[in-house]
Write a protein that binds this ligand. Structure first.
Ligand code: FAD
Length: 483
């Protein structure tokens, strides 16, 4: 009688789960295990909003398993120790899991695999979350891509590689003794906040079913208008699948198959290419972090190391985090983030631009705040997003392209609906004042909304000057040595 441990990590679903599927196909019995070991993720252990999500996602997975006569066994401690004791207690001969790609987790998983194999336990690992794993896509010269468009052109030819797998029709389970080392419960992991700041996270349903519903809603409507709708923060113009994707409650294979089938059923072919391209950015981010492991902490472009950031300004950082910069579209975004654990992509770019360019604060504190507050906090996407806006990243926005939050707000939130929703002080702002309330100082004073933290025009000039200095410093230092 063969028994497998299926080690769930960020693949919190039963459908299209290659590790679960293979374990059920090859073994007589399976044990579904979640080993909580945040210390192994060091400073990138899940932030507060992610922990909230994880709690509910684990509960959803456990409920789905219970509907099939199984359960999720939750243990806490070092992953290897937890796996070893589960293997011993269940009399298992194999461990199945789906791969993760963050460099520190790749190293951890390789060490765990070696140790288990040395014990005589077979280890089987799979790709559950990407169309193509890092390392599989390289340039003609065998180098990792550093620019998105050629990467995407290559990846686009591979996205039809695998059809999604069904939920296993039977789940022959083996139990684990109640007293195995590290045994705990989801509630006892203490993932939920002490103070209930997450009470506004009401639009989310963590778990596989929530992901399916979100995809269904998107397919019914927004996908057809994605190109125009994706930039309008007042609308539900994007899929909002990011936290579900991060936690592996749905895979890109499932999304692609569903959108195609859905379009077929409705006999309507929405152009899903622009949306698929965004999923391509997600894979590009994983690929960058995998090949350039310091991307989450260091400038991707080392020339940027000489950039003269302004001195760290705790007061400005606090006002930015609290959504009290006095720049309405930025404050709306930061308050949306705090209230819901999510922020619209266009607005993420604007808040990041204000912090790194107008306030000339380093991107690291911004990345850290997002890490703690986003339900979709994802090391690869977050680092790439921040470095893209800051100008230090791969394929980044040119530094001199500094977003003007007022013109962006007028363009993408023309009647100010998004601002009015998240910044109630400006709910009744007449006309253009909703975008630039400082233009009528006496009115502004009556609203209680703060004056702008920074003058947009002069701070833009200062940022451009800092950028010109960087280029001049580099020119004076002479050409970089050949690699
Ligand atoms: P959709 O537009 O529906 O896109 C579908 C999916 O494609 C997303 O769920 C996401 O997985 C992926 N995607 C879309 N845009 C991007 C992008 N620019 N880069 C990488 N993947 C993308 N995304 C995260 O998932 N986690 C983060 O921590 C994160 N931090 C960011 C920080 C900054 C400063 C910026 C500018 C962007 C960041 N993004 C991050 C990318 C993007 O903002 C979100 O993925 C997107 O807003 C999620 O909403 P959605 O699911 O409705 O996206």
């Amino acid at each position: 009688m063969s028994t497998a441990i299926v080690w769930f990590r960020r693949d919190l679903r039963l459908s299209d789960n290659p590790a679960l599927h293979a374990a059920v196909a090859s073994c007589d019995r399976v044990v579904a295990l979640y080993a909580h070991a945040p210390d192994e993720e060091g400073e990138w252990a899940p932030g507060a909003a992610s922990r909230w999500w994880l709690h509910h996602s684990l509960e959803a997975l456990d409920a789905s398993l219970r509907e099939r006569g199984a359960r999720l066994h939750v243990v806490q401690g070092g992953s290897l120790a937890c796996l070893r004791s589960a293997v011993a207690a269940a009399g298992a001969d194999s461990v199945y899991f789906n791969r993760l790609y963050e460099p520190h987790l790749v190293a951890r998983d390789a060490a765990i695999r070696d140790a288990l194999e040395a014990d005589g336990t077979a280890v089987h690992a799979f790709n559950a979350s990407l169309w193509s794993e890092p390392g599989d896509i390289v340039t003609k010269q065998g180098e990792p891509y550093r620019v998105f468009t050629p990467f995407w052109r290559n990846l686009r030819t591979r996205i039809d590689g695998r059809s999604p797998l069904p939920v296993p029709s039977r789940l022959p389970v083996s139990d684990l003794p109640e007293d195995i080392a590290g045994r705990t419960s989801i509630a006892a992991l203490g993932l939920l906040p002490d103070r209930d700041w997450a009470r506004g996270f009401v639009d989310w349903t963590p778990g596989e079913r929530g992901a399916e519903e979100m995809l269904g809603l998107f397919a019914d409507d927004a996908v057809a208008h994605y190109t125009e709708g994706r930039d309008l923060p007042a609308r539900h113009g994007t899929s909002r699948l990011s936290p579900h994707l991060h936690w592996g409650e749905i895979s890109p294979m499932q999304i692609l198959a569903f959108l195609r089938e859905h379009a077929g059923k409705r006999r309507k072919s929405a152009d899903i290419e622009p949306f698929l391209r965004q999923l391509g950015w997600r894979e590009f981010a994983q690929h960058l972090l995998f090949h350039f492991p310091n991307t989450a902490k260091e400038n991707f472009n080392p020339a940027f190391d000489a950039f003269r950031w302004a001195k760290r300004d705790p007061h400005a950082l606090r006002r930015w985090r609290e959504g009290r910069t006095g720049i309405p579209i930025v404050d709306a975004g930061m308050r949306e983030l705090w209230a819901t654990g999510w922020m619209h992509n266009r607005v993420r770019m604007l808040v990041a631009s204000l912090l790194t360019k107008n306030l000339r604060q380093h991107w690291l504190p911004g990345e850290a705040w997002f890490w703690d507050t986003l339900v979709d906090a994802d090391l690869a996407n977050n680092a790439m997003g921040w470095q893209w806006v800051a100008g230090s990243g791969a394929d980044a926005a040119p530094y001199f392209r500094i977003f003007n939050p007022v013109t962006q707000s007028e363009k993408f939130d023309p009647d100010g609906a998004y601002i009015r929703r998240w910044v109630p002080e400006l709910a009744d702002a007449p006309g253009r004042l909703v975008h630039a309330p400082w233009e009528d100082p006496s009115w502004l004073q009556r609203t209680g909304y703060p004056p702008p933290l920074v003058d947009l025009k002069s701070s833009r000039e200062a940022a451009l000057m800092a950028y010109r200095n960087l280029r001049a410093d580099r020119a004076a230092a002479g050409p970089a040595p050949a690699a």
